[in-house]
Ligand binder design. Structure first.
Ligand code: ZN
Length: 230
């Protein structure tokens, strides 16, 4: 409590602003203002989790069951601003907030929560050290808090892949094979897991991770991302 005055003083000098609209935030707002929060471009893919743009995208790549995304992706739109802040502007709270909001939405819409664990797609340790956190884990933590399902860091990243952005779809798929492995401190046999990442572009990364879990006899793997890719 004794730091309250000091914190208020700092807030006067360096007011926190909304990552989308740049308006000054109230104390109770975490990175995103309430007005923007109510305008988030949601996909509602969880209402038809086996028949949507993303479930079609991963067809033939992996046997994941339900596939969903919280937000639609649009270039220069809200979801791009949010992802940019989360990944490049040291705003881990954005990931946790979006996880909490998505968790609330799943509950409100009556989505049946049967997961034993929420597994974030791992970042390479060097990249995580540089960023200070894994953005997918922040999303997992927000979901975990609301859904009361533990976060399981059941996957490890084995190799450092070169950047995916300049590669074709096929190159991306072969580029991520053999990159992920099971963290032996987790027993995934017979479990029902939710695998989460920040964005799905080609689906190569999420599919590679899902395949590692499924080949270790995970009973069911569902996928959720913050935003559907292009
Ligand atoms: Zn705003």
């Amino acid at each position: 409590m004794r730091f309250t005055f000091f914190n208020d003083f700092l807030a006067l000098l360096f007011p926190q602003t909304c990552v989308v609209c740049k308006r000054s935030l109230f104390d109770f707002e975490k990175g995103l203002c309430r007005i923007c929060e109510h305008q988030l471009p949601t996909t509602n893919y969880h209402l038809r989790p086996q028949n949507n743009d993303l479930s079609i995208k991963i067809m033939g790549l992996t046997q994941a069951t339900n596939v969903m995304a919280f937000l639609r992706f649009s270039k220069k739109g809200m979801s791009q601003k949010l992802l940019h802040a989360l990944k490049y502007r040291k705003k881990p709270e954005i990931g946790r907030l979006l996880g909490r909001l998505y968790g609330q939405k799943l509950l409100e819409d009556g989505f049946e929560i049967r997961w034993d664990g929420i597994v974030p797609v791992p970042l390479h340790p060097l990249k995580e050290k540089r960023r200070g956190y894994n953005q997918s884990q922040m999303f997992a933590e927000g979901l975990s808090l609301v859904l009361n399902v533990p976060v399981w860091k059941a996957l490890d990243r084995i190799e450092f892949t070169s950047t995916q952005t300049k590669k074709s779809r096929m190159e991306r798929i072969s580029n991520v094979e053999g990159v992920f492995g099971i963290n032996q401190s987790f027993e995934v046999l017979g479990k029902h897991l939710l695998l989460v990442d920040d964005v799905m572009t080609t689906g190569a990364t999420l599919s590679a991770c899902a395949n590692v879990l499924l080949s270790s006899k995970t009973q069911q793997v569902d996928l959720a991302v913050i935003a559907a890719g292009k």
